[in-house]
Design a protein around this ligand. Structure first.
Ligand code: SF4
Ligand code: SF4
Length: 431
């Protein structure tokens, strides 16, 4: 569980080597020593371990100015789980620095999500009024993904396998077209897809705000739903949901919590969709007919943000660039999978930006509370994207999708890689 006493040894493993300086998007922008992992660890040690520092407003600001992007952790030679330690500090000091009553109430609505778009629409409208989301934030879909699909979707031909599908909040309410693509690809491959009703948020937004109780409820609820499924994998289309389900869920609960065995059983099966598809060798599958170079990969995505038809790419390959989500370390294949997936699409090519792994500044909902800082992080990313002259961006994180899309010029869609594949599969493939 996220208790400071469990992390004292890890804080002390910091060798003050400063390697984290070059990895921290916040430090790169503000150059403040306390913004970087080393500084944060020193601050947390003084506040919570040695108690030589009295919590102040300044300390609260510094603790909250962390994207929990894990870039420092990924580059730290001592392997210190900096994001876990920051979460622990936020949970400990939640009453002093955490969300106010109103925001906490709304977060609860998101985390213990209801299957109705009415409640989601209502929550979003209140959030807009409280200035919790920017004006350009996408509207809630008129029907959530859960409302659009049955709890069991079978392929039309032979059943080759059975998987569960964890629907993140973004796919459910904002980008149901990602869910459509996931179902289309899985069923084309011959998978029966089980989508348990009444799924809750994975809990990572609550955890990020130090709202441990809400995160624990979400973790236990979802573990209960998915552990009893007879499936070979639990698919997620969101890298942050995957990170939560695979790595953080067990840490969120007490070690002896009765849900731990179910959390572990689910975690073992969690796999991100592009990794699952490439792992399964879909591009060698003769029953899948992909568009050839004569075919337009028509990105005609029907959503508030990606309402763009780039059919004018008919005469050329669709050029995409890949933004690697920060929450990638839970699976070593997460970065390679979209590359492999694009390589199996003859009408699509991938052009690398110079720093594909650099954070975009979204940080879940970080961009809401730290508008200027997030914007300055995003500016670097947008320049890098624009320098590729790509037609579209692909990424597996919905927060990055929203935040990049809202900063890019109008004709640049941001897509999940699985949407590219779904667009390229002939609809009649297994009829
Ligand atoms: S890279 Fe790790 S060990 Fe080095 S200063 Fe940063 S947190 Fe400490
Ligand atoms: S998690 Fe990200 S923002 Fe926070 S200290 Fe580490 S690198 Fe910086």
């Amino acid at each position: 569980m996220y208790r400071i006493e469990d992390y004292v040894k890890e804080i002390n493993r910091c060798i003050q080597c400063n390697f984290c300086l070059e990895h921290c998007p916040v430090y790169i922008e503000d150059g403040v020593e306390s913004s970087v992992a080393r500084g944060r660890l020193n601050l947390i040690q003084a506040l919570l371990v040695e108690k030589t520092l009295v919590p102040s407003d300044r300390a609260g600001v510094l603790l909250n100015r962390c994207l929990l992007c894990t870039n420092c952790t990924q580059g730290c030679p001592s392997g210190i789980p900096v994001d876990d330690i920051v979460i622990t500090a936020r949970a400990d000091l939640q009453k002093k620095y955490g969300l106010g009553k109103g925001k906490r109430f709304l977060l609860r609505q998101v985390v213990n999500r209801s299957n109705t778009t009415n409640l989601a629409t209502w929550t979003l409208s209140i959030a807009r009024r409280l200035n919790m989301v920017p004006d350009e934030f996408p509207e809630v879909a008129s029907r959530s993904f859960e409302q659009r699909v049955p709890t069991n979707v079978k392929p039309t031909g032979e059943v080759r396998g059975r998987v569960g599908y964890f629907i993140g909040c973004a796919t459910n309410y904002l980008y149901p077209e990602i869910g459509d693509a996931v179902i289309k690809v899985l069923t084309a491959k011959g998978y029966e897809v089980v989508i348990p009703a009444n799924q809750h948020c994975c809990g990572i937004p609550a955890l990020a705000h130090g709202e441990l109780g809400a995160a624990q409820e979400a973790v236990s609820w979802n573990a209960e739903l998915f552990a009893k499924l007879d499936v070979e994998a639990v698919i997620t289309d969101c890298t942050s949901c995957g990170y939560m389900l695979k790595v953080k869920a067990a840490k969120t609960l007490d070690k002896d919590d009765p849900s731990q065995s179910k959390v572990a059983a689910v975690a073992e099966k969690v796999v991100e969709i592009t990794e699952f598809i490439t792992r399964e060798g879909l591009w060698h599958d003769p029953t899948i007919v992909l568009g050839d170079s004569q075919e337009t990969v028509k990105v005609d995505v029907d959503s508030a943000e990606n309402n763009i038809d780039i059919a004018d790419t008919a005469e050329k390959k669709l050029k995409v660039t890949y933004h690697v989500p920060c929450h990638r370390a839970w699976n070593s294949n997460l970065i390679q999978a979209p590359h492999k997936l694009v390589s199996m699409l003859p009408a699509v090519s991938l052009v690398e930006m110079s720093e594909p792994q650099r954070c975009c500044g979204a940080g879940g909902s970080f961009f809401v509370d730290h508008e200027e800082l997030a914007e300055s992080i995003r500016v670097r990313k947008l320049k890098d994207i624009q320098s590729t002259k790509a037609d579209a961006v692909i990424t597996q994180c919905p927060a990055c999708r929203y935040y990049l899309r809202s900063g890019l010029e109008k004709k640049m869609p941001v897509l999940h890689p699985i949407e590219l594949l779904a667009n390229a599969i002939y609809p009649s493939v297994r009829a």
